[in-house]
Design a protein around this ligand. Structure first.
Ligand SMILES: Cc1cc2nc3c(=O)[nH]c(=O)nc-3n(C[C@H](O)[C@H](O)[C@H](O)COP(=O)(O)OP(=O)(O)OC[C@H]3O[C@@H](n4cnc5c(N)ncnc54)[C@H](O)[C@@H]3O)c2cc1C
Length: 291
């Protein structure tokens, strides 16, 4: 099959891009790496009259660290993220999650911002963004605004982005002090979207008390689910005294609409989800203890 016909736009500035979006509204769509949008167009799962390609726009392709944050521009590919020393040192959870995304050919074209904007609840980056407390920098003709990762995702493949808005960058906070991160997911084959997974960040003080914790789940609902009860359960606990198994159980207990399909029942996903939380916790915990 081939996509239905569309008009191709290749603006040279962000201002031009948002002008086109403002002009055509719902009938226009941003094209970044094309690794999700192009297959969907080709299979006629969706169609748009106008595609707005970001490729000619300068200045959206850098990873910058400043003011305790790492900012990833809209054109930064997943493989650039994977190879970034800046990212590996400052926000290692992002680096650790990246090799789980498809295959390297996909990561060479696909962008971090594209993955976040696409908002697949089974994708890695949305969960990592929620666990770490990332922020989305959104631009339209009428100005810019910031949306927290937690508020950004609203349902399957839907976000707070309006039709006239472009996701200019995602900003990840650099967690401080004694910190540890864990990422685990289960997919039937390497490169497939995960059936379930967990992304975890922990900060602890000098006495091993947990002062901050972010836990987000992959593939367990219509958005990357934040495991709030599990986060609260560990705050102020001593790092070595948390039962990873119990934490997995608590994280699953608060889920309301776990998907059930040909790939696995809700009950099966919950069993795997609990195990992913357990493993991600153990990884994060041992990193804190060795810090
Ligand atoms: C075989 C295969 C396997 C894959 N496996 C995985 C996987 O395991 N995990 C995973 O997470 N992903 C996977 N992907 C998807 C891949 O990560 C995509 O690259 C990513 O989801 C979208 O990024 P993109 O830059 O290609 O965006 P595009 O495909 O260009 O766009 C995707 C959507 O986001 C919107 N968009 C993109 N950029 C912006 C922006 N800056 N502002 C506003 N809207 C924007 C587009 O309008 C479109 O709606 C897979 C893809 C393929 C083909």
């Amino acid at each position: 099959m081939k996509p239905s016909s569309f008009e191709y736009h290749a603006p040279e500035t962000v201002e031009e891009a948002v002008e086109i979006l403002a002009q055509f509204g719902d009938s226009a769509k941003i094209l970044a790496g094309g690794q999700s949008l192009i297959p969907m167009l080709a299979l006629r799962l969706t169609s748009f009259e106008h595609l707005v390609d970001l490729r000619r726009i300068r200045g959206l392709d850098s990873i910058d660290r400043r003011d305790g944050m790492v900012r990833v521009g809209a054109k930064v590919t997943e493989s650039a993220v994977e190879c970034s020393d800046e990212m590996a040192g400052a926000v290692p959870l992002v680096t650790r999650a990246t090799p789980h995304i498809g295959h390297f050919q996909i990561r060479n074209r696909g962008t971090l911002c594209g993955s976040i904007a696409h908002a697949d609840p089974a994708a890695e980056y949305p969960a990592v963004a929620v666990a770490l407390g990332a922020e989305m920098e959104v631009i339209s003709r009428s100005g810019s605004r910031t949306v927290s990762a937690e508020d950004f995702f609203t349902g399957y493949w839907t976000t707070k982005l309006r039709a006239d808005e472009l996701l200019a960058a995602v900003t990840f906070p650099v967690w401080k002090g004694r910190r540890g991160f864990g990422f685990h997911e289960f997919a039937r084959r390497h490169g497939d979207f995960a059936l379930s997974g967990a992304a975890i960040g922990i900060e602890a003080d000098a006495d091993d008390r947990i002062t901050r914790c972010g836990i987000a789940l992959i593939g367990m609902g219509s958005i990357p689910e934040r495991a709030r009860a599990a986060e609260s359960a560990v705050l102020q606990s001593k790092i070595g005294e948390v039962s990873a198994k119990e934490l997995g159980r608590i994280a699953m207990s608060e889920l309301e609409s776990v998907p059930s399909d040909v790939h696995g029942s809700a009950a099966y996903r919950k069993r795997i989800g609990a195990a992913m939380v357990e493993r991600a916790w153990q990884e994060a915990q041992s990193e804190v203890m060795n810090d």
